[in-house]
Design a protein around this ligand. Structure first.
Ligand SMILES: Nc1ncnc2c1ncn2[C@@H]1O[C@H](COP(=O)(O)OP(=O)(O)OP(=O)(O)O)[C@@H](O)[C@H]1O
Ligand SMILES: [Mg+2]
Length: 422
């Protein structure tokens, strides 16, 4: 089986994992220049363009830049690339103006957002990836990239493959997989790959790979045991800009395969939490939050939201005793909205029992967020939660995911041996 390079192209951060051999543990690629998360695996999905000399910079070089004075910084452009068919970029919006009037080159029939994506992936291939991994040592690796799942729409996979090829990823082994599938695989396997040799037939050992999940007991039911309905897994991925829900149901007849049943996205994420907090703070502190550099913002979020501590910058303290009530209210308010949307999603797809819940995305590192969601979901019969921030000895049965796995479960999952060579 070929080695695999897997890319989770996040709206805020791209993460890359590699699996060198069929049964080596998939690992996340890190670099000391990536200093925005503990594991140094988050590559900012950011591009910046300077008009004066038509110079482009990407990733960590663009992270702390601000738009203005002839510099244009492109953040959160992934949703435009994957806008559902029919929704086109408004040429009069500021991002639209830039794209329509300023971005030349490449295939002239392509929309500007695709040209931007090509530039980003060219950089990822030519500059970033070689600094993370000597991939020329890998023998014809499979390149697998996670793409959003909009009702089984294949257009996005096709478009992504086109972009990668235009960007010079000239591998015949480029494949796209729906994000809920790579995410689920990454969270359940945590990067494990194990093969069984059964009289010369070698295949992935799904039991070793998914150990700990009740899914296995379900898949293992002997034929005379009648399962009580499908095994339902809910994934909640709380990202920077969106929270994605997906429900994967394994039926008795489909045991072994993991068909995605439904997926849905809501525009709530950690960016929105910042907006709520800014609104609630005193004008002086709100202004400080507004002006944080991107690097400072990461530190602010971890300290104030996750650790529940005060954070001081330039002599101004945010999240101290007097702000605590406000911050807690905002976290609670956003989580309540999320919880309501999860409930609505689950009832829309007509599922009344959920067996396991997987929390991923940077927002799921915030303990009160997962705690509250778990409280809402537990009555649906949840037997296990997978999370980085629920307490292990708390009221809900929990399998611990590392912070880095939570950030990059789709990248890890995409490198899994379970996806095979194609
Ligand atoms: N411990 C933490 N406390 C608070 N916020 C955190 C923590 N860890 C990460 N985050 C925030 O979570 C956000 C989402 O991170 P993630 O890597 O999931 O985004 P993404 O995958 O690029 O976004 P999307 O899923 O929307 O495409 C980041 O912007 C980061 O600031
Ligand atoms: Mg994500």
């Amino acid at each position: 089986m070929r080695p695999a390079i897997s890319i989770d192209f996040g709206a805020a951060y791209t993460k890359i994992a590699v699996r060198e051999n069929p049964d080596s543990t998939s690992r996340l690629l890190s670099h000391e220049r990536l200093n925005l998360d503990e594991a140094r695996i988050c590559i900012p999905t950011i591009a910046a363009w300077r008009e004066r000399d038509d110079r482009w910079v990407f990733g960590p070089d663009a992270f702390d830049l601000k738009s203005g004075n002839g510099i244009h910084v492109f953040r959160n452009w992934k949703p435009i690339l994957f806008a559902p068919p029919g929704e086109i970029l408004d040429p009069e919006s500021s991002i639209g103006r830039l794209f329509y009037y300023n971005l030349d080159g490449g295939n002239d029939n392509w929309p500007p957002i695709k040209k931007l994506a090509v530039k980003y992936f060219e950089w990822l291939l030519e500059v970033m990836l070689p600094s993370l991994l000597d991939y020329r040592d890998l023998d014809d690796p499979v390149i697998r990239i996670s793409v959003p799942d909009f009702d089984g729409e294949t257009l996005y996979a096709y478009q992504m493959e086109e972009i990668l090829i235009e960007a010079g990823w000239n591998s015949p082994w480029i494949f796209c997989e729906p994000e809920p599938m790579t995410n689920l695989t990454g969270a359940l396997s945590q990067g494990r790959n194990t093969m069984i040799d059964d009289d010369g037939t070698i295949y992935p050992d799904i039991h070793a790979i998914f150990s700990g999940s009740g899914l296995l007991d379900y898949v293992n039911l002997s034929s005379d045991e009648e399962p009580e309905g499908d095994f339902n897994m809910l994934l909640v991925d709380i990202g920077a800009y969106t929270t994605d829900f997906s429900l994967v149901s394994v039926g008795a007849s489909s045991a072994g395969g993991l068909p995605p049943l439904e997926a849905h996205s809501e525009p709530y994420g950690v960016e929105m939490l910042d907006a709520l907090v800014k609104h609630g703070l005193s004008p002086e502190r709100a202004d400080v939050v507004k002006r944080l550099s991107a690097t400072e913002r990461e530190l602010f979020r971890r300290t104030v939201y996750s650790d529940g501590r005060a954070w001081t910058i330039d002599g101004v303290t945010i999240g101290g005793a007097s702000d605590r009530v406000i911050v807690d209210k905002c976290v609670d308010g956003m989580t309540t909205r999320l919880a309501n949307e999860v409930e609505r999603f689950v009832s829309t797809v007509g599922v009344d029992r959920i067996d396991e819940v997987v929390f991923t995305g940077g927002g799921s590192n915030i303990p009160p967020v997962t705690q509250k969601l778990a409280e809402k979901l537990a009555p649906k019969g949840v037997k296990k939660f997978h999370s980085s921030s629920l307490p292990l000895d708390g009221e809900f049965p929990c399998i611990r995911l590392g912070h880095d796995i939570v950030r990059a479960s789709s990248a890890l999952g995409g490198a899994s041996v379970l996806f095979g060579d194609e």
